[in-house]
Design a protein around this ligand. Structure first.
Ligand code: GLN
Length: 201
């Protein structure tokens, strides 16, 4: 049976993730409760505001169930705020802010600073897009500041003052991007994740 990819639908741009996954032919389900979570084979954590997603995950009783599923091997993908939610360590959390974890990384929220609040950059992520370019949209984005030895770096910023910053990572079945592929019509990141989900099914 085809896997069902859940999209955490508490806050943020979950509709855009559902759209991207639907366009590439994946079966999706909005996840808001532990019962929803039990029906999915993988989970996407959207972009939005990680402090709000953190609070709502506690309020909707999905924090621990999601932690447990990820720990038990459920594939997960987070964009932007979703990256923060999948990081084991948030370097500058708001007080009480928690994450699901799953990626042995430390992330810094709003890392690119005010000057470059939002921007687009052309990246190369060979695993995701071969030698073709990938246009990445960043909105008050985090970056990965430290990576454990099992973490694979999928992409870095290539030019400008932040050249070298790690903006896409994966570890086992968990991946994250600082940018928002759900806001473009290029669905290669979603296809890459869907492939990973199938390999792990
Ligand atoms: N800065 C936001 C946060 O801390 C993330 C922004 C985004 O998802 N576009 O959650």
């Amino acid at each position: 049976m085809a896997p069902t990819i859940g999209v955490l639908a508490l806050q943020g741009d979950f509709r855009e993730h559902i759209h991207a996954l639907t366009v590439i032919g994946e079966q999706t389900l909005m996840v808001r409760t532990p019962a929803d979570l039990a029906r999915v084979d993988a989970l996407v954590v959207p972009g939005g505001e990680s402090t709000a997603i953190s609070k709502l995950a506690v309020a909707f009783d999905v924090l621990e169930p999601i932690r447990e599923r990820i720990e038990a091997g459920m594939p997960a993908y987070g964009s932007c705020a979703g990256m923060i939610m999948l990081a084991d360590t948030i370097l500058d959390p708001r007080s009480g802010q928690v994450s699901f974890g799953g990626l042995d990384v430390s992330v810094r929220r709003n890392a690119f600073g005010r000057q470059v609040d939002s921007f687009e950059a052309v990246l190369h992520a060979p695993k995701i897009s071969g030698d073709r370019e990938l246009t990445a949209v960043f909105i008050r984005a985090p970056w990965v500041e430290e990576c454990g030895s099992d973490v694979e770096v999928l992409a870095r910023v290539e030019s400008g003052p932040n050249a070298g910053a790690v903006v896409a990572v994966a570890q086992n079945g968990v991946m994250a991007t600082s940018f928002h592929p759900e806001l473009t019509s290029d669905h290669r990141v979603h296809s890459y994740f869907a492939q990973l989900v199938k390999e792990r099914a």
